[in-house]
Design a protein around this ligand. Structure first.
Ligand code: AMP
Ligand code: MN
Ligand code: MN
Ligand code: MN
Length: 285
């Protein structure tokens, strides 16, 4: 029987809506054999996830999704199998979280100028004192009736040129890969079909990533169509990168994704987890 592998998911440590415990239990119920928790720019959910997975028949891979600015675009780099105690990684993530705190105040100010009061406080309350993401602003704006759903909030308020947009100042591609490698992990370009890039530009990103020593492309993603997965499989083969697969689950509010609901890896791409099965990466916290 083939393994159910899901190497991209979020908890309340970043912008997911399930706690690490609920996420791991739900993955276990869904029959997931290997789950990576990959919160945005923070590893604060990992210890809880590892402890919850410990008595279960589920391999928990400590992960991260690092926000990167590449050629003035935001790109996400997933790290898998990281040592969360690595100092350089944590210092890098701390800087990103400080930027997030500053940005949240700015977003609140800009929305206030557009006539929407209390957005910073509202988003902060929804984040439960943990990391603040644009997703928290989006949920606040939906609650207050400024748009019917999160997707439309992003379009109307939170993307480039819109009232609540603040340009990101994230890690460089090289920093992200270096932090992940320094922490003993493998680096993956997340959801490669989601960037607003031409084929040439995407291949430039992949080439640079490969040059820096990045290991894998998220060939199979819950946010990609099967045609997009096939296209990404061709890129992975061309650049001799491993393939990763993940749902990018953020919680039950997004019924179009599900934990472990990940298509099979296309032929000719080596799954990144193939080499892990002999050397389980489960680490006791
Ligand atoms: P941030 O890293 O705080 O800028 O927020 C990025 C997060 O917002 C992503 O990880 C997604 O979870 C979410 N997001 C971005 N764009 C959209 C969109 N168009 N619709 C819904 N969620 C989005
Ligand atoms: Mn997210
Ligand atoms: Mn992402
Ligand atoms: Mn993600």
């Amino acid at each position: 029987m083939s393994l159910i592998v899901d190497l991209h998911s979020h908890s309340t440590a970043s912008d997911g809506t399930l706690s690490p415990t609920d996420l791991v239990n739900q993955a276990s119920t869904a029959g997931v054999d290997m789950l990576a928790l990959t919160d945005h720019d923070t590893t604060t959910g990992i210890v809880e996830a590892v402890m919850t997975a410990d008595p279960l028949d589920l391999m928990l891979i400590p992960g991260i999704e690092v926000s990167v600015t590449w050629n003035a675009h935001v790109v996400h780099i997933v790290g898998l199998g990281i040592d969360i105690e690595n100092r350089q990684l944590q210092e890098g993530l701390k800087a990103l979280c400080e930027f997030r705190d500053w940005r949240a105040v700015q977003i609140g100010d800009r929305l206030a100028q557009a006539g929407i009061e209390g957005a910073y406080e509202g988003a902060k309350a929804l984040s439960n004192g943990r990391l603040i993401s644009r997703s928290h602003f989006a949920r606040f704006l939906v609650e207050k009736g400024h748009a019917p759903d999160v997707r439309r909030v992003f379009k109307r308020f939170l993307t480039h040129g819109k009232p609540g947009h603040v340009a990101g100042r994230w890690a460089s591609l090289e920093d992200a890969v270096t932090w992940i490698h320094g922490a003993g992990g493998q680096a993956v370009i997340a959801h490669p079909a989601r960037y607003p890039f031409t084929r040439t530009k995407l291949r430039r990103l992949i080439a640079e990533f490969k040059e820096i020593g990045g290991e894998a492309l998220e060939v199979v993603s819950g946010s990609q169509s099967s045609d997009e997965n096939q296209t990404m499989a061709r890129h992975a083969r061309d650049f001799e990168l491993l393939g990763s697969a993940g749902s990018d689950y953020h919680g039950p509010e997004s019924p179009w994704t599900g934990l472990g609901r990940v298509s099979p890896m296309p032929d000719g791409v080596t799954p990144i987890w193939q080499s892990w099965q002999d050397q389980p990466q489960i680490q006791s916290a």
